[in-house]
Design a protein around this ligand. Sequence first.
Ligand code: 4AD
Ligand code: MG
Length: 468
Amino acid sequence: MKRTEIKQLFAPSVDGMVDSDINVKGWVRTKRGNKNVAFIALNDGSTINNIQVVLNPADFDEDLLRRITTGACLSVDGRLVKSQGAGQSVEVQASSIVLYGEADPDSYPLQKKGHSMEFLREIGHLRPRTNTFGAVCRLRHNMAYAIHNFFHERGFFYFHTPLITASDCEGAGEMFQVTTLDLKNLPRREDGSIDYDQDFFGKQTSLTVSGQLEGELGATALGKIYTFGPTFRAENSNTPRHLAEFWMVEPEMAFYDLDDLTALEEEFIKYCVRWALDHCMDDLQFLNNMIDKGLIERLKSVVETDFVRLPYTEGIRILEEAVKNGEKFEFPVYWGVDLASEHERYLVEEHFKRPVIMVDYPKEIKAFYMKQNEDGKTVQGTDVLFPKIGEIIGGSVREENYDKLMTRINELGIPMKDMWWYLDTRRYGTCPHGGFGLGFERLMLFVTGMANIRDVIPFPRTPKTAEF
Ligand code: 4AD
Ligand code: MG
C-alpha cells in the first residue's frame, strides 16, 4: 500500500480519507495500553504531530509487540477512523505491522522523559528525532526557503561566492587556514618563513569569513545579488550566540543609499518572520508551549512594529544617560566604544522596546570598506539589533571612492596584493552600493525562541567541539 505522510492526516483534506485503508511509517514516540488495547504514537518527521495507532494485542504476535518500544521504526497498515479519544481527530486501527528496526530500551538514549539541551548536544546524531529539534529543523528549512523567495521575488540573483579565499573580508584575522602542506615538515623560504608557493593553491588560503567582497563584484555587474552559504570564524567566543561555522545571507545592491539599505533590512526580517507565522504555526505553537512562552507574541509584534533608526552617537547619549540614572553595565560606555551586547540589549529591550537599526558608527570600530561620512569620524555602517539576540544583521553602504578607500586600506595596513581585484570595482565604473549580512542562526534563535545557537543548527561547530 502506498504510504501516507502523517502530515496529511492533520490537514483539512483528511475528512475524505476517513474509513479507508492506509499505510503509515515512522518512529515510535510512545507505546501504552493494557491487554485489551494498545496505543502507539507514531511520528514520521513530516509534522510535529503524532498519529495514534490503535490495536488489539490479541490480533498480533506477542513477541512483535514486545519489541515495539520508544524509538523503534514501523510500517503500519490499517483503517483510518475518527478518533474516540481526546487529543486527535483521527487514528489508525492497525491490521498489520512490520517492524523495520527496534531500539533497545536499555541503550536507546531518547526515552519519553524530557532531556536537557546539554545532554541532547552529546547525542547530536539522534536529536533530530526529538520534538524540539524536529520543529527547529522544519523551521530552518522554511526560513531558508523564505529567504530565497524574498530575494527572487524582488529580482535579486543568487550569486555563489567561494568558500576558500585568500582575503580576509572583515580584517579581523579570525580565519581557518586551508592547506595541504605537511604540517610536520613545512617548506621554508631562506628567511625562515613558510613557502606557500608550494601549497595547493600556490598561496596562503583560508575559509571565508564573509562572501561580501566577491558579492560586491556581483552587485556591480548584475545590480542586485545575494549569497547564502556557510561562513567560518576562528574566533574563540564561547557564547550562546557564536558559532565557528555559521550560515550567512548577504545581499549586495548597486545604487542603494543608507535609507534604501535599512529599509531592505527591515522588510527582509519581517518577511521571514511573517513566513514562519504563516507556514509553521504547528511548530511555533509547540516551541511556544515548551521553550518560550512569549515566542508567538514576540514574532507577531516584530512584524507589526516599525524598527527604530538610531545614529550611534545618539545611542551613546542614551546609554550615558542611563548610567547617570543608575543603570549598571559591566563594560564602560563612551563615544568610540564597540558596544557590548548588554548595551545593545538595553537599547532594544529597555529603552525602545522594539528592534533598533543603529547607523553611522565610528570608523575605528568598523571594517575598511564602509562609506566614510563627511564628518571624517563616522562611517555608514548599520547593525540591526534585536530583542534577546543583540546583533542580527551587520552591513553598510560601501566606500565607492577609490582614493578614500585606498587611504583607509593604507591606514589599516591591509596587504594590497590580495585586494587588487576588489579595487578594480572602484577603478572601473564605480557606483554607490551597499549590502548586509544576516547571521542565519541568529535569525533562527529569534524565530524559534531557543536560547543557545548550538541548538538551532543540526551539527554545531564551536571551540573544542566538532563532533558528528
Ligand atoms: O557583522 P558581520 O561580521 O558582517 C560581515 O561579515 C559583513 N561582511 C556582512 C556584509 O555586509 N555583507 O557579520 C554579519 C552577521 C552578524 O550580524 C551576525 O548575525 C552573524 O553574521 N555572525 C555570526 N553568527 C554566528 N556566529 C558567529 N561567530 C557570527 N559572526 C557574525
Ligand atoms: Mg558585525
